[in-house]
Design a protein around this ligand. Sequence first.
Ligand code: NAD
Length: 264
Amino acid sequence: MLNGQLKGKTALITGSTSGIGLGIAHALAAQGANIVFNGFGDAALIAKLQKDTADTYKVKTFYSDADMSRPAEIETMMRQVATDFGGTDILVNNAGIQYVANIEDFPVERWDAIIAINMTSAFHTTRLALPHMKAANWGRIINVASAHGLVGSAQKSAYVAAKHGLVGLTKVTALETAQTGVTCNAICPGWVLTPLVQKQVDARAAKNGISIDQAKRELLMEKQPSGEFVTPEQLAGLAVFLCSDAANQVRGVAWNMDGGWLAQ
Ligand code: NAD
């Protein structure tokens, strides 16, 4: 779509060792951006991911194991990127976790972790990335929120609160950068079949004594009228668009890609 227009830019994608973040990392690398990976996983697999991405797209890659629940580790990561690449040009706040329980049963430490990883980490990365972006008068901040950033679902109090908060942060960041070349927007996916959702499919199958396929169908039909999962590649296409010049005046939106979930 952009024909390599992101060549020379550096994109940091939190939570990019898996799922949606990995899809976005590949798509930005395909446009020529250097990639900073972050997230957890097997060290050898992550090293291979870094090397394969560098070789395939002829870009530089870097990996930070910073835990997004720890502000000091986020600061170290952002400093490393500034030293090695001159700064973060494209920031994709994507790292996220889920926990499902009624409010009265919700473990306090799970609430704290979800708020920290799914919302507060974006405040820290954004505050630390903005000075470089403003000085360059170009930057893109993409917050991977959720359909749950716009509507609620029972048993997901922390996740829904964090994602609504992330959409709020998106709007304020967009307003504070409105007269600059920096834009900030949120992407709000519906169901995407990543490890985060596979856990919910498996739990439903076990609880209801149904097959994995039946659990997937039920999960989709509750919320997503298309009856199909959104894919990381489709979401990555939207992220690439948001990085393009055509999106210069797309500011502060929370763009759902959700198979019709929010149309109901
Ligand atoms: P995933 O589990 O495949 O990936 C999550 C990534 O975050 C992994 O790389 C993991 O290592 C990383 N991560 C987790 N905790 C971390 C921490 N403390 N510090 C650093 N990295 C950490 O999940 P996914 O479905 O690809 O989710 C990515 C984002 O998309 C999340 O913010 C999620 O809420 C959001 N989302 C997912 C769906 C879906 O249906 N899968 C829908 C809407 C929104």
